[in-house]
Ligand binder design. Structure first.
Ligand code: HEM
Length: 442
Protein backbone atom coordinates (compact mmCIF):
# COMPACT_ATOMS: atom_id res chain seq x y z
CA UNK A 1 0.00 0.00 0.00
CA UNK A 2 1.51 3.39 -0.92
CA UNK A 3 2.12 5.67 2.06
CA UNK A 4 2.89 9.34 2.33
CA UNK A 5 5.88 8.85 4.64
CA UNK A 6 8.57 11.45 4.14
CA UNK A 7 11.84 9.87 2.89
CA UNK A 8 13.61 12.39 5.17
CA UNK A 9 12.64 10.16 8.09
CA UNK A 10 15.48 7.61 8.36
CA UNK A 11 14.68 3.96 7.63
CA UNK A 12 15.90 1.36 10.12
CA UNK A 13 17.43 -1.71 8.43
CA UNK A 14 17.71 -4.70 10.76
CA UNK A 15 21.09 -6.45 10.36
CA UNK A 16 21.02 -9.07 7.60
CA UNK A 17 17.61 -7.96 6.25
CA UNK A 18 18.03 -6.08 2.99
CA UNK A 19 14.23 -5.80 2.76
CA UNK A 20 14.21 -3.94 6.10
CA UNK A 21 11.54 -6.29 7.50
CA UNK A 22 11.33 -6.09 11.32
CA UNK A 23 8.86 -8.98 11.65
CA UNK A 24 11.49 -11.67 12.40
CA UNK A 25 13.13 -9.52 15.12
CA UNK A 26 9.78 -8.58 16.62
CA UNK A 27 8.30 -12.07 16.56
CA UNK A 28 11.33 -13.55 18.30
CA UNK A 29 11.66 -10.91 21.04
CA UNK A 30 8.82 -8.39 21.05
CA UNK A 31 9.48 -6.46 24.30
CA UNK A 32 12.93 -5.19 23.36
CA UNK A 33 12.82 -5.52 19.55
CA UNK A 34 12.89 -1.74 19.04
CA UNK A 35 15.50 -0.91 21.67
CA UNK A 36 18.45 -1.11 19.27
CA UNK A 37 16.65 0.81 16.48
CA UNK A 38 15.75 3.53 19.01
CA UNK A 39 19.34 3.70 20.28
CA UNK A 40 20.69 3.94 16.73
CA UNK A 41 18.06 6.13 15.07
CA UNK A 42 16.51 8.19 17.87
CA UNK A 43 12.81 8.59 18.74
CA UNK A 44 11.52 8.81 15.12
CA UNK A 45 12.35 6.41 12.29
CA UNK A 46 10.73 4.43 9.50
CA UNK A 47 10.26 0.71 9.95
CA UNK A 48 8.72 -2.15 7.97
CA UNK A 49 6.53 -4.37 10.10
CA UNK A 50 3.15 -6.16 9.89
CA UNK A 51 3.17 -5.90 6.12
CA UNK A 52 3.60 -2.13 5.78
CA UNK A 53 5.99 0.76 6.25
CA UNK A 54 5.26 2.82 9.36
CA UNK A 55 6.68 5.76 11.27
CA UNK A 56 7.92 4.49 14.64
CA UNK A 57 7.71 6.87 17.62
CA UNK A 58 9.43 5.77 20.83
CA UNK A 59 10.64 7.00 24.21
CA UNK A 60 9.22 9.10 27.01
CA UNK A 61 8.71 12.24 24.92
CA UNK A 62 6.91 10.20 22.27
CA UNK A 63 4.56 8.86 24.96
CA UNK A 64 3.84 12.38 26.17
CA UNK A 65 3.22 13.48 22.59
CA UNK A 66 1.03 10.55 21.55
CA UNK A 67 -1.03 10.31 24.74
CA UNK A 68 -1.25 14.07 25.16
CA UNK A 69 -2.67 14.73 21.67
CA UNK A 70 -5.78 12.57 21.53
CA UNK A 71 -7.31 14.48 18.65
CA UNK A 72 -4.41 13.54 16.33
CA UNK A 73 -5.36 9.88 16.18
CA UNK A 74 -7.92 8.26 13.96
CA UNK A 75 -9.07 5.22 15.93
CA UNK A 76 -11.64 4.33 13.29
CA UNK A 77 -8.76 3.46 10.97
CA UNK A 78 -6.20 2.42 13.61
CA UNK A 79 -8.50 -0.21 15.10
CA UNK A 80 -10.26 -1.24 11.91
CA UNK A 81 -9.36 -4.91 12.57
CA UNK A 82 -11.82 -4.84 15.44
CA UNK A 83 -14.57 -3.22 13.36
CA UNK A 84 -13.99 -5.81 10.63
CA UNK A 85 -14.42 -8.63 13.13
CA UNK A 86 -17.22 -7.07 15.22
CA UNK A 87 -19.13 -3.95 14.14
CA UNK A 88 -18.92 -0.19 13.84
CA UNK A 89 -20.21 0.10 17.42
CA UNK A 90 -17.17 -1.65 18.94
CA UNK A 91 -15.66 0.63 21.59
CA UNK A 92 -12.00 0.93 20.64
CA UNK A 93 -12.60 1.89 16.99
CA UNK A 94 -14.92 4.81 17.84
CA UNK A 95 -13.79 8.45 17.82
CA UNK A 96 -15.08 11.80 19.05
CA UNK A 97 -18.32 12.37 20.97
CA UNK A 98 -19.71 8.94 20.10
CA UNK A 99 -16.63 7.35 21.64
CA UNK A 100 -16.67 9.48 24.78
CA UNK A 101 -20.32 8.71 25.41
CA UNK A 102 -19.85 4.97 25.13
CA UNK A 103 -16.59 5.00 27.08
CA UNK A 104 -18.31 6.79 30.01
CA UNK A 105 -20.88 3.99 30.13
CA UNK A 106 -18.28 1.23 30.06
CA UNK A 107 -16.21 2.98 32.78
CA UNK A 108 -19.15 2.47 35.13
CA UNK A 109 -18.54 -1.26 35.11
CA UNK A 110 -15.09 -1.06 36.70
CA UNK A 111 -15.74 0.33 40.18
CA UNK A 112 -12.82 -0.93 42.33
CA UNK A 113 -14.98 -1.70 45.41
CA UNK A 114 -17.36 -3.85 43.36
CA UNK A 115 -14.44 -5.67 41.67
CA UNK A 116 -12.76 -6.36 45.04
CA UNK A 117 -16.00 -7.75 46.45
CA UNK A 118 -15.65 -10.62 43.94
CA UNK A 119 -12.06 -11.47 44.89
CA UNK A 120 -13.20 -14.44 47.00
CA UNK A 121 -15.30 -16.00 44.25
CA UNK A 122 -12.50 -15.43 41.70
CA UNK A 123 -10.08 -17.27 44.02
CA UNK A 124 -12.55 -20.12 44.50
CA UNK A 125 -13.08 -20.66 40.79
CA UNK A 126 -9.31 -20.71 40.28
CA UNK A 127 -8.89 -23.48 42.87
CA UNK A 128 -11.77 -25.44 41.32
CA UNK A 129 -9.97 -25.28 37.97
CA UNK A 130 -6.70 -26.50 39.49
CA UNK A 131 -8.53 -29.32 41.29
CA UNK A 132 -9.98 -30.50 37.96
CA UNK A 133 -6.55 -30.88 36.29
CA UNK A 134 -5.69 -34.54 35.66
CA UNK A 135 -2.91 -35.31 38.18
CA UNK A 136 -2.49 -31.55 38.54
CA UNK A 137 -0.91 -31.39 35.06
CA UNK A 138 -1.59 -28.73 32.46
CA UNK A 139 -0.05 -26.45 29.85
CA UNK A 140 0.59 -23.24 31.76
CA UNK A 141 -0.25 -20.60 29.17
CA UNK A 142 -3.60 -22.09 28.18
CA UNK A 143 -4.39 -22.75 31.83
CA UNK A 144 -3.79 -19.08 32.71
CA UNK A 145 -6.01 -17.97 29.82
CA UNK A 146 -8.81 -20.30 30.87
CA UNK A 147 -8.44 -19.28 34.52
CA UNK A 148 -8.73 -15.57 33.68
CA UNK A 149 -11.87 -16.20 31.62
CA UNK A 150 -13.44 -18.25 34.45
CA UNK A 151 -12.49 -15.58 36.99
CA UNK A 152 -13.86 -12.84 34.73
CA UNK A 153 -17.16 -14.67 34.51
CA UNK A 154 -17.53 -14.30 38.29
CA UNK A 155 -17.06 -10.55 38.28
CA UNK A 156 -18.71 -9.83 34.94
CA UNK A 157 -21.81 -12.01 35.31
CA UNK A 158 -21.59 -13.84 38.68
CA UNK A 159 -22.03 -17.05 36.74
CA UNK A 160 -20.04 -20.18 35.93
CA UNK A 161 -19.38 -20.69 32.23
CA UNK A 162 -20.72 -23.73 30.36
CA UNK A 163 -18.19 -26.56 29.94
CA UNK A 164 -15.58 -25.81 27.30
CA UNK A 165 -16.59 -22.15 26.84
CA UNK A 166 -13.39 -20.94 28.57
CA UNK A 167 -11.20 -22.78 26.04
CA UNK A 168 -13.35 -21.61 23.11
CA UNK A 169 -13.05 -18.00 24.28
CA UNK A 170 -9.31 -18.27 24.93
CA UNK A 171 -8.61 -19.58 21.42
CA UNK A 172 -11.05 -17.19 19.79
CA UNK A 173 -9.49 -14.12 21.36
CA UNK A 174 -6.02 -15.15 20.27
CA UNK A 175 -7.40 -15.69 16.76
CA UNK A 176 -9.03 -12.26 16.80
CA UNK A 177 -5.82 -10.48 17.83
CA UNK A 178 -3.79 -12.30 15.22
CA UNK A 179 -5.48 -10.25 12.48
CA UNK A 180 -3.47 -7.14 13.37
CA UNK A 181 -0.17 -8.74 12.35
CA UNK A 182 -1.39 -10.28 9.05
CA UNK A 183 -1.72 -7.26 6.75
CA UNK A 184 -4.14 -7.89 3.84
CA UNK A 185 -4.00 -11.65 4.50
CA UNK A 186 -6.31 -11.03 7.48
CA UNK A 187 -9.24 -11.10 5.00
CA UNK A 188 -8.49 -14.76 4.34
CA UNK A 189 -8.03 -15.36 8.07
CA UNK A 190 -11.52 -14.00 8.82
CA UNK A 191 -13.00 -16.80 6.68
CA UNK A 192 -11.21 -19.64 8.49
CA UNK A 193 -14.17 -21.96 9.35
CA UNK A 194 -13.07 -23.06 12.89
CA UNK A 195 -12.55 -19.37 13.80
CA UNK A 196 -16.05 -18.51 12.55
CA UNK A 197 -17.59 -21.47 14.37
CA UNK A 198 -16.00 -20.48 17.70
CA UNK A 199 -17.32 -16.92 17.38
CA UNK A 200 -20.81 -18.20 16.54
CA UNK A 201 -20.75 -20.39 19.69
CA UNK A 202 -19.58 -17.53 21.92
CA UNK A 203 -22.07 -14.99 20.56
CA UNK A 204 -24.92 -17.49 20.95
CA UNK A 205 -24.02 -18.00 24.61
CA UNK A 206 -23.63 -14.26 25.29
CA UNK A 207 -26.98 -13.58 23.57
CA UNK A 208 -28.62 -15.97 26.03
CA UNK A 209 -26.93 -14.19 28.95
CA UNK A 210 -28.32 -10.83 27.79
CA UNK A 211 -31.81 -12.26 27.21
CA UNK A 212 -31.80 -13.70 30.74
CA UNK A 213 -30.77 -10.35 32.23
CA UNK A 214 -33.46 -8.56 30.25
CA UNK A 215 -36.05 -11.03 31.50
CA UNK A 216 -34.95 -10.58 35.12
CA UNK A 217 -33.02 -7.31 35.53
CA UNK A 218 -32.76 -7.41 39.34
CA UNK A 219 -31.44 -10.99 39.44
CA UNK A 220 -27.82 -10.09 40.21
CA UNK A 221 -28.48 -7.09 42.50
CA UNK A 222 -26.55 -4.77 40.18
CA UNK A 223 -23.35 -6.08 41.65
CA UNK A 224 -21.30 -7.10 38.64
CA UNK A 225 -19.73 -5.43 35.61
CA UNK A 226 -22.60 -6.27 33.27
CA UNK A 227 -25.23 -4.90 35.67
CA UNK A 228 -23.39 -1.63 36.14
CA UNK A 229 -22.91 -1.16 32.41
CA UNK A 230 -26.56 -2.03 31.64
CA UNK A 231 -27.63 0.44 34.30
CA UNK A 232 -25.66 3.19 32.57
CA UNK A 233 -27.66 2.73 29.34
CA UNK A 234 -30.85 4.80 29.19
CA UNK A 235 -34.08 3.02 28.08
CA UNK A 236 -34.10 5.17 24.92
CA UNK A 237 -30.52 4.17 24.05
CA UNK A 238 -31.30 0.56 24.74
CA UNK A 239 -34.35 0.66 22.47
CA UNK A 240 -32.23 1.78 19.51
CA UNK A 241 -29.19 -0.37 20.32
CA UNK A 242 -28.74 -3.38 18.02
CA UNK A 243 -28.67 -6.67 19.94
CA UNK A 244 -25.27 -7.56 18.49
CA UNK A 245 -23.73 -4.42 20.03
CA UNK A 246 -24.24 -5.68 23.57
CA UNK A 247 -23.14 -9.18 22.60
CA UNK A 248 -19.92 -7.81 21.11
CA UNK A 249 -19.32 -5.51 24.09
CA UNK A 250 -19.71 -8.41 26.47
CA UNK A 251 -17.41 -10.55 24.38
CA UNK A 252 -14.81 -7.75 24.42
CA UNK A 253 -14.94 -7.58 28.22
CA UNK A 254 -14.73 -11.34 28.52
CA UNK A 255 -11.79 -11.75 26.25
CA UNK A 256 -9.75 -8.54 26.57
CA UNK A 257 -7.91 -9.86 29.59
CA UNK A 258 -7.73 -13.47 28.50
CA UNK A 259 -4.58 -12.99 26.48
CA UNK A 260 -3.04 -10.04 28.38
CA UNK A 261 -3.91 -10.56 32.08
CA UNK A 262 -3.25 -14.27 31.66
CA UNK A 263 0.26 -13.50 30.47
CA UNK A 264 0.89 -11.30 33.51
CA UNK A 265 0.00 -14.30 35.67
CA UNK A 266 2.08 -16.69 33.61
CA UNK A 267 5.19 -14.45 33.50
CA UNK A 268 4.90 -13.46 37.17
CA UNK A 269 4.84 -17.13 38.15
CA UNK A 270 7.79 -17.99 35.90
CA UNK A 271 9.90 -15.06 37.07
CA UNK A 272 9.08 -15.47 40.77
CA UNK A 273 9.72 -19.22 40.73
CA UNK A 274 13.07 -18.61 39.06
CA UNK A 275 14.15 -16.27 41.87
CA UNK A 276 14.24 -18.28 45.10
CA UNK A 277 14.99 -15.40 47.38
CA UNK A 278 12.12 -13.28 46.00
CA UNK A 279 9.81 -16.29 46.06
CA UNK A 280 10.59 -16.84 49.75
CA UNK A 281 9.85 -13.22 50.62
CA UNK A 282 6.65 -13.28 48.61
CA UNK A 283 5.41 -16.46 50.24
CA UNK A 284 6.13 -15.07 53.72
CA UNK A 285 4.17 -11.92 52.86
CA UNK A 286 1.30 -14.01 51.54
CA UNK A 287 0.86 -16.07 54.73
CA UNK A 288 -2.10 -13.94 55.94
CA UNK A 289 -3.54 -13.58 52.39
CA UNK A 290 -7.31 -14.12 52.30
CA UNK A 291 -8.98 -13.19 49.02
CA UNK A 292 -12.47 -13.33 50.55
CA UNK A 293 -11.60 -10.38 52.80
CA UNK A 294 -9.39 -8.44 50.42
CA UNK A 295 -9.63 -4.67 50.78
CA UNK A 296 -6.56 -3.62 48.80
CA UNK A 297 -2.88 -4.23 48.17
CA UNK A 298 -1.52 -2.05 51.00
CA UNK A 299 -0.52 -5.11 53.06
CA UNK A 300 0.98 -6.89 50.09
CA UNK A 301 3.71 -4.61 48.67
CA UNK A 302 5.72 -7.53 47.26
CA UNK A 303 2.73 -8.91 45.44
CA UNK A 304 1.98 -5.48 44.00
CA UNK A 305 5.62 -5.01 43.00
CA UNK A 306 5.66 -8.43 41.31
CA UNK A 307 2.71 -7.38 39.15
CA UNK A 308 4.27 -4.04 38.23
CA UNK A 309 7.64 -5.53 37.38
CA UNK A 310 5.96 -8.17 35.23
CA UNK A 311 3.93 -5.48 33.43
CA UNK A 312 7.18 -3.61 32.86
CA UNK A 313 9.29 -6.47 31.56
CA UNK A 314 6.64 -8.41 29.69
CA UNK A 315 4.05 -5.92 28.49
CA UNK A 316 1.32 -7.93 26.76
CA UNK A 317 1.05 -5.48 23.85
CA UNK A 318 4.51 -3.91 23.40
CA UNK A 319 3.76 -1.73 20.37
CA UNK A 320 0.59 -0.15 19.12
CA UNK A 321 -0.52 0.60 15.54
CA UNK A 322 -2.16 3.99 15.05
CA UNK A 323 -3.13 6.14 12.10
CA UNK A 324 -2.86 9.88 12.39
CA UNK A 325 -5.96 11.78 11.35
CA UNK A 326 -4.07 15.08 10.99
CA UNK A 327 -0.61 16.25 9.86
CA UNK A 328 1.80 16.60 12.77
CA UNK A 329 5.43 17.35 13.53
CA UNK A 330 7.50 15.53 16.15
CA UNK A 331 11.20 16.05 16.87
CA UNK A 332 11.57 18.05 13.66
CA UNK A 333 9.95 15.41 11.44
CA UNK A 334 6.76 16.16 9.52
CA UNK A 335 4.21 13.33 9.30
CA UNK A 336 1.21 13.55 6.98
CA UNK A 337 -2.39 12.66 7.89
CA UNK A 338 -3.17 9.03 7.05
CA UNK A 339 0.34 7.77 7.83
CA UNK A 340 0.54 4.51 9.79
CA UNK A 341 2.33 5.18 13.06
CA UNK A 342 3.85 2.50 15.25
CA UNK A 343 3.82 3.80 18.78
CA UNK A 344 6.55 2.04 20.79
CA UNK A 345 4.59 2.78 23.94
CA UNK A 346 6.48 0.36 26.21
CA UNK A 347 9.98 1.03 24.90
CA UNK A 348 10.74 3.38 27.82
CA UNK A 349 10.42 0.35 30.17
CA UNK A 350 13.85 -0.67 28.90
CA UNK A 351 15.70 2.64 28.95
CA UNK A 352 18.54 3.13 31.46
CA UNK A 353 17.39 6.70 32.08
CA UNK A 354 14.02 5.35 33.28
CA UNK A 355 15.05 2.20 35.16
CA UNK A 356 18.38 0.97 36.52
CA UNK A 357 19.33 -2.43 35.04
CA UNK A 358 16.18 -2.43 32.91
CA UNK A 359 16.72 -5.92 31.53
CA UNK A 360 16.75 -7.50 35.00
CA UNK A 361 13.61 -8.71 36.81
CA UNK A 362 13.81 -6.82 40.09
CA UNK A 363 10.40 -6.07 41.65
CA UNK A 364 12.13 -4.42 44.63
CA UNK A 365 12.59 -1.28 42.48
CA UNK A 366 8.87 -0.50 42.89
CA UNK A 367 9.09 -0.85 46.69
CA UNK A 368 12.26 1.26 46.96
CA UNK A 369 10.78 4.11 44.93
CA UNK A 370 7.09 4.75 45.58
CA UNK A 371 7.00 7.30 42.72
CA UNK A 372 7.32 4.43 40.24
CA UNK A 373 5.85 3.73 37.83
CA UNK A 374 5.88 7.11 36.12
CA UNK A 375 2.74 7.61 34.02
CA UNK A 376 4.68 8.69 30.91
CA UNK A 377 7.08 5.75 31.15
CA UNK A 378 4.75 2.87 32.04
CA UNK A 379 2.92 2.05 28.83
CA UNK A 380 1.46 -1.39 29.52
CA UNK A 381 -2.15 -0.15 29.43
CA UNK A 382 -1.64 2.49 26.75
CA UNK A 383 -2.55 6.09 27.50
CA UNK A 384 -4.66 9.06 26.50
CA UNK A 385 -8.39 8.87 25.88
CA UNK A 386 -8.42 5.18 24.92
CA UNK A 387 -6.29 3.94 27.81
CA UNK A 388 -7.30 0.43 28.85
CA UNK A 389 -10.71 0.58 30.50
CA UNK A 390 -10.15 -2.76 32.22
CA UNK A 391 -7.04 -1.67 34.11
CA UNK A 392 -8.62 -1.88 37.60
CA UNK A 393 -9.54 -5.50 36.89
CA UNK A 394 -6.26 -6.18 35.13
CA UNK A 395 -4.38 -5.17 38.28
CA UNK A 396 -6.63 -7.16 40.63
CA UNK A 397 -7.18 -10.46 38.84
CA UNK A 398 -3.53 -11.41 38.27
CA UNK A 399 -2.72 -10.43 41.87
CA UNK A 400 -5.35 -12.87 43.13
CA UNK A 401 -4.16 -15.66 40.86
CA UNK A 402 -0.45 -15.12 41.63
CA UNK A 403 -1.13 -15.01 45.38
CA UNK A 404 -3.37 -18.07 45.43
CA UNK A 405 -1.04 -20.16 43.28
CA UNK A 406 2.29 -19.24 44.91
CA UNK A 407 0.86 -19.48 48.43
CA UNK A 408 -0.80 -22.87 47.92
CA UNK A 409 1.10 -24.72 45.21
CA UNK A 410 4.54 -25.69 44.02
CA UNK A 411 4.87 -25.81 40.24
CA UNK A 412 6.86 -28.70 38.76
CA UNK A 413 7.78 -28.10 35.12
CA UNK A 414 8.56 -30.97 32.72
CA UNK A 415 11.42 -28.81 31.43
CA UNK A 416 12.98 -25.77 33.00
CA UNK A 417 11.33 -22.67 31.44
CA UNK A 418 13.73 -20.56 29.38
CA UNK A 419 12.12 -17.24 30.43
CA UNK A 420 12.65 -16.21 26.80
CA UNK A 421 9.79 -14.57 24.92
CA UNK A 422 8.20 -14.59 21.46
CA UNK A 423 5.29 -12.76 19.91
CA UNK A 424 2.18 -14.90 19.64
CA UNK A 425 -0.70 -12.37 19.58
CA UNK A 426 0.84 -11.10 22.84
CA UNK A 427 4.24 -11.36 24.55
CA UNK A 428 4.27 -15.08 25.29
CA UNK A 429 6.84 -17.57 26.61
CA UNK A 430 9.19 -18.85 23.88
CA UNK A 431 8.16 -22.49 24.54
CA UNK A 432 5.22 -23.70 22.41
CA UNK A 433 3.99 -25.65 25.45
CA UNK A 434 4.98 -25.23 29.10
CA UNK A 435 3.85 -28.46 30.75
CA UNK A 436 3.58 -28.09 34.50
CA UNK A 437 2.19 -29.96 37.52
CA UNK A 438 0.47 -28.12 40.38
CA UNK A 439 1.51 -29.77 43.67
CA UNK A 440 -0.31 -28.71 46.84
CA UNK A 441 2.09 -27.22 49.40
CA UNK A 442 1.93 -28.61 52.89
C1 HEM B 1 -2.69 -7.01 31.70
C2 HEM B 1 -3.87 -6.90 31.13
C3 HEM B 1 -4.21 -5.86 30.08
C4 HEM B 1 -3.39 -5.15 29.25
C5 HEM B 1 -1.87 -5.22 29.14
C6 HEM B 1 -4.23 -4.30 28.45
C7 HEM B 1 -3.77 -3.40 27.51
C8 HEM B 1 -4.57 -2.55 26.79
C9 HEM B 1 -4.06 -1.58 25.84
C10 HEM B 1 -2.59 -1.34 25.48
C11 HEM B 1 -5.14 -0.92 25.33
C12 HEM B 1 -5.13 0.17 24.27
C13 HEM B 1 -4.93 1.50 24.90
C14 HEM B 1 -4.74 2.63 23.90
O1 HEM B 1 -5.48 2.72 22.91
O2 HEM B 1 -3.85 3.46 24.12
C15 HEM B 1 -6.32 -1.50 25.94
C16 HEM B 1 -7.60 -1.12 25.67
C17 HEM B 1 -8.70 -1.74 26.19
N1 HEM B 1 -8.73 -2.73 27.16
FE1 HEM B 1 -7.15 -3.55 28.05
N2 HEM B 1 -5.53 -4.55 28.79
C18 HEM B 1 -5.56 -5.49 29.78
C19 HEM B 1 -6.67 -6.00 30.41
C20 HEM B 1 -7.96 -5.66 30.12
C21 HEM B 1 -9.13 -6.19 30.79
C22 HEM B 1 -9.10 -7.17 31.95
C23 HEM B 1 -10.22 -5.63 30.18
C24 HEM B 1 -11.68 -5.82 30.45
C25 HEM B 1 -12.23 -6.77 31.16
C26 HEM B 1 -9.72 -4.74 29.14
C27 HEM B 1 -10.51 -4.00 28.29
C28 HEM B 1 -10.04 -3.09 27.38
C29 HEM B 1 -10.91 -2.30 26.52
C30 HEM B 1 -12.43 -2.38 26.45
C31 HEM B 1 -10.07 -1.45 25.78
C32 HEM B 1 -10.48 -0.40 24.74
C33 HEM B 1 -10.55 0.92 25.47
C34 HEM B 1 -10.95 2.08 24.59
O3 HEM B 1 -10.70 2.07 23.38
O4 HEM B 1 -11.53 3.01 25.16
N3 HEM B 1 -8.36 -4.79 29.14
N4 HEM B 1 -5.94 -2.47 26.84
Amino acid sequence: MPTSISPAIPLYQPPGRSDGDMNPTYFSGPSTAFLKPYQEMGPVFRTRIFGQEQVALGGVEANRFVWGNNDLWDYHTSNRMFREQFSDRYLNQLDGAEYQHKRRRVNQGFKPSMLASHAGSMAEVLHREIAKLPEGRTELRLFCMRAVIKMTSQVLLQTDLPDGMDTTMAISNKEMLRASSLGWKRWLWYQYPPKRFRRWKIFKFLGQVIDERDANPQAKNNDDILSLILQAITPEERASMPRHELIHDLSQLFMAGSTTSSMIICWALLQSLADESWLGELRTELAPWDAANLTGMANFPRLKATGLETERMRPGVPVFNRTCGKDFEFEGHAVKAGTPVLHLHTLAHFLEECYEDPLVFRPQRFMENPDLPDRWVHGTYGGGAHQCVGQPLARLQPAIAIAEILRNYDLEFDEKPSLEERYDSVTAPREKALMVRFVKRS
